[in-house]
Design a protein around this ligand. Sequence first.
Ligand code: PLP
Length: 405
Amino acid sequence: MFHANENYLKLPGSYLFSTIARKVNEFSQANPDKEIIRLGIGDVTQPLAPAIVKALHDAVDEMADASTFKGYAPDLGYDFLRKTICENDYKARGCDITEDEIFVSDGAKSDSGNIQELFMPGDRIAVCDPVYPVYVDSNVMAGRCGDYNKDTETWSNVIYMPTTMENGFVPEFPKETPDIIYLCLPNNPTGTTLTKTQLQEWVDYANKNNAVIIYDAAYEAYISEDNVAHSIYECDGARTCAIEIRSFSKNAGFTGVRLGFTVVPKDLKSKDGVSMRDLWARRHGTKFNGAPYIQQKAGEAVYSEEGKKQLREQVAYYMKNAAAIKNGLKDAGFTVFGGVNAPYIWMKTPDKMSSWDFFDYLLEKANVVGTPGSGFGPSGEGYFRLTAFGSYENTLAALERIKKL
Ligand SMILES: *Cc1c(COP(=O)(O)O)cnc(C)c1O
């Protein structure tokens, strides 16, 4: 008789977005005449840019021709893409990263969930609270988080670093020393980020404590302020303490195309001197057969002159929504954060309402869907997330409704 992995059975309740979908479904069935505007889920809505579409078509044509057909991709990624990434995302920003430290994958969700396999089950993780749910859940599945406390909604073996209005959404160094520190900057869900100076302090802290930082930079393309680092490798000493995860989903609309990459520098060594880069290469070789050629050609087009121009426009479109939401909510008297270096607006719920009460209120009274902050962790209680990924028209319409509440 086989046994289910008991670590999986420890995971509480249903996934946040399934609960939201159920509630929205129930509401729309009961109120078929009401038009619902969704500013909840973090998925893009703009179609793929022309430069990307062309690269996809061209790659398909190559696959249809016997002389250019491609089978399995190299499991670490095609050289043309690793080289392009290295030049544009790293060398151009003065980061000391080489092509063979870049691992192409099918996206940042897989990489951020899988990367924990490189560490021992007893290693302790620290996460910001609120947090992108993948970090903790993937460690729970690996048996690294201890037991779940239903009342506090926390795991006994996870170090939580609250990021709230009170500390300006800047995580403080924890009292207990973690082995693995997850940082998502610019942040999902709060839409806030750290300055380069603040990030440097975290790099110094990690080096001093022999900890590794897993740096999720999925929203790098949305950075608008000069004092914010686009890569953790802009900080001195990051090569010995940081792994960086990137995605093509949010900067280039690849949520349905699937492509991402992870950087593991050769200087990142465990306590026993093991190269984490070599371990990740081993893992890729064993469990991954390479991102598809067609997707990698599309990824290359992201860095072409045309691609860059078209994607800057796409990002600007979403950030115009972000500014509209932020300013509109401010004018309506709400307290709002984020929206400057990320497509997320993090608002305080009015009148000390709980996150879920505000969710219901907004759905019933304005027919607008957002995401309850408490779904991202206990310190998210009393906050609410709106995303800038809708259409401009819908975003403005949603704001009009919210202002009338
Ligand atoms: C959207 C998102 C990802 C997922 O990216 P994919 O490349 O689509 O898997 C990763 N991290 C964060 C914080 C995200 O919001």
